[in-house]
Design a protein. Structure first.
Length: 284
């Protein structure tokens, strides 16, 4: 199969913080809980793959592939699939999953999409399931992806709609704020909602060499655990840093508030909270 290779990850200096996080503790946590993260966005997974209309001749590039579910599922339909991520821990999980499934037309690469020298016009389709929002330099990243895709090729991104549309984020952060006003990230900073503004995202992709940019709104429940205790442990393991420096009593109240959120959203199908995403399609 056609793949890009490099002996070690080289990151754009602007992406140093993202590399430290995803190839450090944050990426390790996601790798350990890969099944839980896949389950959380399961409601969107089929939307992305069905919209991709993959064919047996397609060469797929999966950006921010994480533990590889999207890459592996794409490989079942396509000629080949390459998953790219900054996290060596998640890529190890992805390779293990692919090996267990006996899939030979898939590969994984630790690389910074902003600067990696992908083969020019080497891919037919770019996919990204909640992985394209973390570029420190989005214009550079999406221009590099445009160069990697053949003329007429396509890109499909699943990204979050604005914070106010995402109950899960508001509920978790409000609980762990413990009465504080948490600082908002600077405008344009990498993060879950960096591509949530439709007009700004269209302008970004247009400027990076993409055309026919369309955003389709989707709303799906997100699953955070089989029960309140499981969901609390899963989410607190990722967001506990928000209360790490609080006095003991205030921290305990915040932890209890998070558990209350989980109990309030416990259903026979697990702990479910509302979410809203954009399915973005574009043409090279």
């Amino acid at each position: 199969m056609d793949i890009d290779a490099t002996p070690a990850v080289i990151a754009d200096p602007a992406n140093a913080g993202q590399l430290a996080a995803w190839d450090g503790g944050e990426g390790a946590y996601w790798a350990t809980h890969a099944d839980a993260y896949d389950a959380a966005v399961r409601g969107y997974h089929a939307d992305l793959l069905e919209a991709a209309l993959l064919g047996s001749a397609d060469r797929v590039l999966d950006v921010g592939c994480g533990a590889g579910q999207t890459t592996i599922d794409a490989a079942h339909q396509a000629r080949s699939a390459l998953g790219v991520d900054l996290s060596s821990a998640m890529l190890e999980v992805a390779r293990g999953r692919a090996g267990a499934a006996g899939i030979s037309n898939v590969d994984f690469l630790q690389a910074d999409v902003q600067i990696h020298p992908f083969a020019a016009a080497g891919y037919d389709v770019v996919l990204s399931r909640t992985g394209a929002m973390f570029f420190a330099d989005p214009p550079a990243a999406f221009a590099n992806l445009a160069r990697a895709v053949r003329p007429g090729g396509r890109m499909l991104l699943l990204v979050w709609q604005p914070v106010r549309q995402n109950e899960w984020f508001l509920a978790f952060t409000n609980a762990l704020a413990a009465g504080r006003e948490l600082p908002a990230p600077p405008p344009g900073a990498p993060g879950p909602f960096s591509l949530s503004d439709p007009d700004a995202t269209r302008a970004l992709l247009d400027g990076a060499g993409w055309s026919d940019v369309e955003l389709t709104g989707l709303e799906r429940p997100m699953l955070f655990g089989a029960n309140a205790n499981d969901a609390h442990d899963f989410v607190f393991g990722q967001l506990g840093w928000l209360v790490a420096d609080l006095p003991d009593q205030q921290r305990d109240r915040a932890i209890a508030a998070l558990h209350t959120v989980m109990r309030e959203h416990e259903t026979p199908d697990g702990v479910l909270l509302g979410s809203a995403a954009w399915l973005i399609t574009a043409r090279r």
